[in-house]
Write a protein of this length. Structure first.
Length: 426
């Protein structure tokens, strides 16, 4: 660039401002060729041909820039036997294959091949059917149940009902226990069901795959069922794998309430995949989460499917302390009494506690902007924020109370009923 004349530099600026102006670009190429900068002229002519493939002036300039004589229009060259298939020669006899090789590193190709028989083309933009990369699968993570603050009762139930048999495959084989399983977690929103699912995957040293209705549902008939099948196929290929079905009430809603055949078929497909005919689900551990278990199709909770249930309640005192400590770890705080803060945040969910810390930060920030003096977040800010935040779990318990009292067939919600009595929410 330093050897270029001021005129050429000015023209380069003009071309950069109007990249699709072919005559202007060709004028720049002519000047470059006149200065002996053939390679630069070839690059500009190639870009011009991208914008105007049939432009005769651009073709002629390309020929001159590459120093290749053009054949006379009325005297075609004698045909030669090519060593490999070549593109038809242009009317002026210019060798476009050689030109492409010459400028291949200067400009990108105008067309690319989207797929070959050896490389299947993605379907509906969702990836190659049957390919493990179609769905996002996380490698075994470092998060385990030890990273879940408090919730000792939940951890013990997970260990006894789910984790212990999976960790001991030899004992499982001795007692005829299959290395598969299903667990339905339910409870109010924002209480850590997804985090627990990831922790279970970490405990098992398994891959983790999270799926929601957005990943499965498709507007075209049959695609939703196919997507559901591909989800399970991917999990089977990645075994051992924890397959987490988020908001399973949407993926497996009660079919008796459905009037649309497409969704009924999707639920049927989910049931079929959970059955895992001929042991296909060995090493696939299905965890599902929902806020409304009473809306989940009863067939999903049949033995052999999501046959174990775990109630995930608002965090207890040790869990609240761990959550508050986590959300305050990178914030400037002073004289914070976590014990007192834990007491005044009873019944708040994990999401509520995060909001308390965020609101306290906003208070300190606004006060600093008003006074012009930067100060730390203190206990006064946190207590004021905690007083303003109402438990987001209250509406859920209002709905769950009616279910636990009047629709507790077979004692499915006995644990929830006991909690409501203990908290005097009945």
């Amino acid at each position: 660039m330093s050897n270029e004349s001021p005129l050429i530099q000015s023209l380069r600026t003009a071309v950069a401002a109007a990249p699709s102006d072919v005559p202007l670009r060709l004028h720049l190429a002519e000047l470059l060729l006149g200065e002996g900068l053939s390679d630069a002229a070839v690059a500009e002519a190639a870009v011009a041909l991208q914008h105007a493939p049939g432009d005769s002036a651009a073709r002629a300039l390309m020929v001159r820039a590459m120093g290749m004589p053009a054949a006379a229009p009325d005297t075609p060259e004698a045909p030669k036997a090519p060593e490999e298939p070549a593109a038809p020669a242009a009317p002026n006899g210019f060798d476009w294959r050689a030109a492409e090789d010459e400028i291949g590193g200067a400009v990108p190709p105008r067309f690319v091949t989207s797929g070959t028989p050896e490389t299947p083309v993605p379907v509906d933009g969702q990836g190659v059917p049957g390919d493990a990369t179609t769905w996002e699968v996380d490698t075994p993570g470092s998060v385990t149940l030890a990273d879940v603050g408090g919730m000792h009762e939940i951890k013990e139930r997970l260990e006894a009902a789910f984790l212990a048999p999976m960790r001991n495959p030899e004992l499982g084989r001795l007692y005829g226990k299959s290395l598969r399983g299903g667990l339905l977690m339910y409870g109010p929103p924002g209480c850590g069901k997804t985090f627990i699912a990831r922790a279970v995957a970490g405990e098992l040293g398994a891959s983790f795959m999270s799926v929601s209705i957005n990943d499965v549902l498709d507007m075209w008939m049959g695609n939703s069922e196919r997507n559901m099948h591909e989800v399970f196929e991917t999990a089977r290929r990645q075994a051992p794998c924890v397959l987490f079905l988020d908001e399973v009430d949407a993926l497996g809603a009660k079919r008796s309430r459905m009037h649309h055949g497409g969704m009924r078929n999707t639920v049927n497909q989910l049931l079929t995949e959970l059955d895992g005919v001929d042991g296909a689900n060995e090493g696939v551990f299905v965890l599902a989460a929902t806020n409304v278990p009473w809306d989940v199709d009863i067939a999903l909770r049949r033995p052999g499917r999501l046959d174990r249930t775990l109630l995930v309640l608002p965090p207890d005192a040790p869990a609240r302390e761990a959550i508050l400590r986590y959300h305050l770890r990178d914030r400037p705080i002073e004289s914070v009494d976590l014990g007192k803060l834990v007491k005044v945040t009873e019944d708040l969910s994990g999401a509520d506690l995060a909001h308390v810390c965020e609101s306290a930060s906003e208070r300190a920030l606004l006060d600093s902007t008003r006074t012009g003096t930067v100060r730390m977040i203190n206990m006064k800010d946190l207590l004021a924020a905690a007083k303003e935040v109402r438990p987001s779990t209250d509406p859920w318990f209002a709905s769950a109370r009616n279910v636990a009292m009047f629709a507790n067939e077979g004692g499915v919600y006995d644990e929830l009923l006991a909690y409501l009595k203990r908290k005097r929410k009945l």
